[in-house]
Design a binder for this molecule. Sequence first.
Ligand SMILES: Nc1ncnc2c1ncn2[C@@H]1O[C@H](COP(=O)(O)OP(=O)(O)O)[C@@H](O)[C@H]1O
Ligand SMILES: [Mg+2]
Length: 469
Amino acid sequence: MNDNTSLHTVLIVDDNPTNLEVLSETLTGAGFEVAVAVDGETALEQVSYQKPELILLDIMMPGIDGFETCRRLKSVPETKDIPVIFTTALSDTEKKVEGLALGAVDYITKPFYREEVLARVRIHLKLYNLTNTLTKQNELLQAEIQYRQAAEAALRQLNEELEERVEERTKELTTTLQQLQQAQVHLVQSEKMSSLGQLVAGIAHEINNPVNFIYGNLRPASEYVNDLLNLVDLCQQHWSNVPSEIKQFSEQIDLSFLKEDLPKVLASMQMGADRICQIVTSLRNFSRLDEAEVKTVDLHEGINSTLLILQHRLKSRQGSTGIQVTKDYGVLPEVECYPGPLNQVFMNLLSNAIDALEERDQQRQQAEDGDPQSEITIRTELVHADQVKISISDNGSGIPESIRTRIFDPFFTTKPVGKGTGLGLSISHQIIVEKHAGKIWCYSSPEGGTEFQIQLPVHQPQKAIASSK
Ligand SMILES: Nc1ncnc2c1ncn2[C@@H]1O[C@H](COP(=O)(O)OP(=O)(O)O)[C@@H](O)[C@H]1O
Ligand SMILES: [Mg+2]
């Protein structure tokens, strides 16, 4: 007796009591649990409320025979898997084959041999159990596969969602960063403009008054001097009557040279005062604190003022031959714009051009005859009826292609710390594109230098225009 068999229920179906007894005893003796039925119908009924694990089925029985019983068992889903072994006295091969074709797993011939019965019953129970286990494991595996597939799909979905969210978030962050940088540029720009503008306007105002004293008095002063010189002339006509003391003093002060030089001194003072007045006007022009308003102005005036302020950087100095500025001005109508910020753009572009030319000069070991003269060319023209174009170009060494897309980025600079802020072009871009609904382009090549082009509408879209006059 072993544990494997102790729990199994075997149903024996036979109309012969002796057969029933022999089989029953054999199986019970081997530790099987045994149920019996004496015909096919009873067997079917019994199976419906207690399912055995194996059926030993006699073929020749009164009522429905073994084959029919087997057919019915196999036609019901609940019982179709129960292994059926036919017990038969027949040695007729055809019948055995018919039984097997009906779904029986084996047959045992009568008279029974105890050991054969047990061996066949055991082997089929084992097969049946193994099949069951396999089926169950298969089901479990199927479930596991389905579970994993579902988990994988969920994971994939989650991953996709995550990627989407990361992408969205990155986009948001990039936009925020750009807005932040723009805001920072705005802030720096307005801060710089207002403090610089106030400073320049303050100085211009302070200088303006004393210069006006000088400038205003120069004309009467030269008239007085003329009168005095005429007086001296008159005295000299009567030189013989003049006391020797006066003659002596006139020699001492070299009167004839003084008479010749004094008008020149006055003329040069006049020139100096003129120039100071010009500079003061330029400073005021440049710093225009009226930037909140759109005004109608002559753009050439703004460019000229900016050039005047930059004059000291254009002149020849030791180690450089200076920069030649060519103005190729077209006929422009007055343009509606914010003059202060626009001058700031001219200043940024011209400073960059000067920086580039100076840098190129420094890179040259020493000036040679064949070196091209450093040049800045400013061109203006009316394109269409309502657009003006301003081009500022230099013949410096250009902007390398690798950085050309970045020059308008806030804080992008190739200049040493302390020299460049990297804000000039980004501010200029903002002023032209956002403030004036204009356009700005950069063309550059190592041979041809760099050209910045600005296009501005003659009339601003918003109509808040006040005359500058
Ligand atoms: N005319 C030019 N020639 C060569 N490089 C230029 C010129 N204008 C601008 N650049 C390049 O663009 C960069 C950004 O210019 P900008 O925004 O004015 O900042 P910054 O002048 O403070 O460096 C400069 O550092 C320089 O590399
Ligand atoms: Mg700059």
